[in-house]
Design a protein around this ligand. Structure first.
Ligand SMILES: [Zn+2]
Length: 137
């Protein structure tokens, strides 16, 4: 873990001492599965990318997806101090998730190109919202 990540986690934990430490780390898999299903149900299985996100504007978004293919996204990434609280989580379809600005998604993107779900020129559809540094989700 990088020292900046560790610093953010310690800082978050001091601000919210009653919350478990995993709140700002990846949850253990069995726990994540419970969280995943809860967020999916809350969002009724519908991709929650913003209506002005390019994948939605360009009809690449898959809309309603099955639980098995739904991606649960951290709006503010854990690596930037985001939490596993429901307010920081949302259901995304694989296309919108893969096209969210994040270099870690390169592998996802190339497999979606192979499946024909996103175009080869996917770069123009990449999106991200500005996440304020002061908001602590
Ligand atoms: Zn979508």
């Amino acid at each position: 873990m990088s020292s900046i990540k560790l610093y953010l986690q310690i800082k978050q934990h001091r601000q919210h001492p009653n919350l478990p430490v995993y709140w700002w780390r990846r949850q253990p898999l069995d726990q994540w599965e419970v969280t995943r299903q809860r967020i999916y149900k809350r969002d009724r299985g519908i991709c929650q990318s913003p209506s002005n996100a390019p994948p939605k504007n360009n009809e690449l978004c898959m809309g309603k997806v099955k639980l098995r293919v739904a991606h649960i996204d951290h709006i503010r990434p854990l690596s930037s101090g985001g939490s596993n609280h429901a307010s920081n989580l949302r259901t995304l379809c694989p296309v919108c998730h893969a096209l969210r600005l994040d270099r870690k998604h390169d592998g996802m993107r190339s497999s979606l190109v192979k499946k024909g779900l996103i175009p080869v020129n996917w770069k123009q559809f990449v999106w991200d919202e500005v996440v304020s540094d002061r908001s602590s989700r």
